[in-house]
Ligand binder design. Structure first.
Ligand code: OOG
Length: 263
């Protein structure tokens, strides 16, 4: 289908309003079933530009999504997706996150990469990612799909900036040869009860595989990982629902732990 400027703006406003007002909306493919992925990324781009202006914020990084086989199978897709992280999405562990600003938040444990130099060129490899990364850190991502019941198609979720809502990043660890990046065990507790355990190989076999995939697609689409970017490399386990009063903590081999609390 042809996505006119008018349809584009209408969808962008619809999704931004849902976020601003913290209420769920029907997925956009109900009304526009023929939208394709390329068009969804264009909508996402417009949405992010508008969100930056409206919230007087800036881009600080990128998140990868659907990088785990479990999630891909759940959605019936075989490729990951990406969206942007903005400064106003970042939260700190010592400040509770208010659920009243959110629709139906869920939390996921991830590994954050700190990009130290622009990654440019073509055929970006895992080695190129490794060379451009100085630090990694434990991270928690709060996803909050704007769609009713957290149900959507790939096109819907891409337009909705891949359900991005908030994120927390823990203390950085220098990426060194002793860290077995593809085999970082993680355990996540909710209110001191373990609710998820996993290993970093759940992310496309190895987080660097996901990172290289994303770098290539981003470059193809006119973007890329830039110096200073924080990149969340994708959920290691399924997302866990959170409510006011919950405390979540995730502990990772090699890189330590991170906490988030909700009010
Ligand atoms: C889409 C985003 C998932 C991940 O790491 O897999 C995601 C969703 O499930 O809402 O961020």
């Amino acid at each position: 289908m042809k996505v006119t400027e008018e349809i584009n703006s209408e969808i962008i406003e619809y999704l931004l309003y849902a976020e601003r007002d913290a209420h769920e909306v029907l997925k956009i493919t109900n009304e526009y079933p023929e939208l394709n992925i390329e068009q969804a990324y264009k909508i996402q781009k417009g949405l992010l530009e508008k969100r930056i202006k409206e919230n007087n914020t800036e881009k600080v990084g990128i998140k990868l999504g659907l990088t785990s086989k479990a999630k891909q199978e759940m959605m019936g897709v075989n490729e990951p997706i990406y969206g942007d992280l903005h400064a106003d999405m970042r939260e700190e562990s010592d400040q509770p996150i208010s659920c009243s600003d959110l629709i139906h938040p869920k939390i996921e444990p991830e590994i954050a990469f700190f990009i130290e130099e622009d990654i440019v060129g073509s055929n970006i490899s895992e080695d190129d990612i490794l060379k451009a990364t100085k630090y990694i850190a434990p991270a928690l991502e709060i996803i909050d799909s704007r769609y009713k019941d957290f149900k959507f198609t790939l096109v819907d979720v891409v337009a909705d900036n891949c359900s991005s809502s908030k994120f927390l990043v823990g203390e950085k660890t220098l990426l060194n040869e002793e860290i077995d990046l593809g085999n970082i065990q993680m355990s996540m507790d909710k209110n001191e009860v373990t609710v998820q355990t996993g290993v970093s190989s759940a992310v496309l076999g190895h987080p660097l595989t996901a990172m290289a995939w994303a770098a290539n697609l981003l470059i193809e689409n006119g973007g890329g990982f830039k110096k200073g970017d924080i990149v969340l490399s994708g959920a290691i386990t399924e997302a866990v629902t959170v409510e006011p009063g919950d405390t979540i903590s995730a502990e990772f081999d090699y890189i330590g732990a991170i906490k988030a609390s909700f009010s």
